[in-house]
Write a protein of this length. Structure first.
Length: 216
């Protein structure tokens, strides 16, 4: 898809674990899906998207329906994936942004981190949560400024296919991904504190990538 991916840090090796990332575009799904052998936790309407909906289904995404009647089914799917040792990938902003700033992480989505799994030694513990920052930093090798980032991002009421065609015409996009240190719910007083920590880490990582304040 014309993406040049630069990776810093490394994915947590423990299986299963939860990856939480900021969200800018459908390109995030392609990028993270190419780096992480995991299943996305996504809103149910994504299943209806052209191209990416098919990809999401093929990638065994867990689709979350906001209807109360569907909540238990989503919980069962998530627990089943964790029991199978699958890594889950989630965007806790619950929507995409303009590429310049993040929206707050929603702590309710971190209920996944409350799940427990049994390892190969028969020990039960909470799953590790790994924050990840993603940013689109260059176009055809040149830095993307504040004014150009919203052209790359997909948010608001943009139509997907026209946007995809527009971005393809622009040229080669460089996307940078930083894997941060994993944590667990047990390291924090509660789920909200865990969400706040991950928000802070990912937000700082995004700012660093956009400003070029990272090691070569």
């Amino acid at each position: 898809m014309g993406l040049r991916v630069i990776v810093r840090g490394s994915e947590h090796t423990e299986r299963p674990h939860l990856v939480v990332s900021n969200h800018i575009s459908y390109f995030d799904i392609v990028t993270l899906g190419s780096l992480i052998a995991g299943d996305f936790v996504a809103k149910a309407d994504i299943a209806k998207w052209p191209i990416f909906g098919v990809m999401a289904k093929a990638g065994r995404s867990v689709f979350i329906d906001r209807k109360r009647s569907a909540t238990s089914n989503a919980r069962d799917q998530i627990q089943e994936r964790l029991d199978d040792g699958d890594t889950l990938i989630m965007f806790p902003e619950s929507t995409s942004g303009d590429g310049n700033r993040m929206k707050p992480f929603k702590s309710a989505l971190f209920t996944v981190a409350e799940r427990h799994v049994t390892d190969q030694h028969g020990r039960t513990h909470g799953i590790a949560v790994q924050p990840v920052s993603i940013a689109y930093t260059r176009l055809n090798g040149l830095p993307i400024g504040v004014g150009w980032r919203p052209y790359v991002a997909w948010y608001g009421d943009m139509e997907m296919l026209p946007h995809l065609w527009q971005v393809w015409k622009l040229g080669i996009l460089t996307v940078e991904v930083t894997f941060h240190a994993p944590v667990r719910l047990a390291d924090f007083p509660n789920r909200k504190a865990l969400a706040a920590h991950c928000d802070q880490v990912v937000r700082a990582g995004l700012a660093g990538l956009l400003a070029g304040r990272v090691a070569a």
